[in-house]
Design a protein around this ligand. Structure first.
Ligand code: SF4
Ligand code: SF4
Length: 169
């Protein structure tokens, strides 16, 4: 896939949708993709449950809605590749048609991130305030769960890129 990182997000979404229409079924039948997709949907569920039960989700909601805006800033969407968006489509995510708020990331929705499979930066980032106020055992658990999720995404992203390249698309 030949694309430049600064290509507009609308174009990357269009590419991801084209790839999904052309290769989605084949990708889901590829053993190296299907096994990882299945495992990833479990990991994503684990990490969103931990996000809720640890209070992280609520802290970030307050930050976004009551304290002037979260760290999901405009421009972070440019880090996303068409293949990572394609993986979201394979998991049934509906990609937004437009940006909700002009100063925020394109993928920020009414109730948080609209993606299931996110960039490493998005998974890994925890602001200084939360690092100081969250109990160490929760921070450790977040690190473990996020680490497992990131390893899986790394392998899957790589496989999907190779698959697409082999199809000359
Ligand atoms: S990580 Fe920190 S800055 Fe980012 S949304 Fe959550 S509370 Fe706000
Ligand atoms: S977590 Fe989602 S909404 Fe926030 S910056 Fe990352 S992609 Fe954008």
């Amino acid at each position: 896939m030949d694309y430049r990182n600064e290509e507009p997000i609308s174009e990357k979404i269009a590419i991801a949708k084209r790839l999904h229409a052309a290769l989605g079924d084949e990708l889901k039948m590829d053993p190296q993709v299907s096994v990882r997709l299945e495992e990833l949907s479990v990991r994503v569920k684990d990490s969103s449950e931990l996000c809720l039960s640890s209070g992280l989700g609520e802290a970030c909601r307050i930050c976004e809605q009551d304290e002037g805006g979260s760290c999901c800033g405009e421009g972070i969407e440019n880090r996303y590749s068409p293949e990572l968006l394609l993986i979201n489509l394979l998991l049934g995510v509906t990609l937004p048609e437009s940006r909700k708020c002009s100063r925020s990331c394109y993928f920020l929705g009414e109730v948080g991130c609209t993606l299931q499979v996110r960039e490493i930066l998005c998974i890994n980032y925890l602001c200084g305030k939360l690092q100081k106020t969250f109990p160490p055992e929760i921070l450790r658990r977040l690190q473990e769960v996020n680490g497992a999720e990131m390893d899986l995404i790394f392998g899957l992203h790589d496989r999907v890129k190779t698959f697409v390249r082999q199809k000359d698309m």
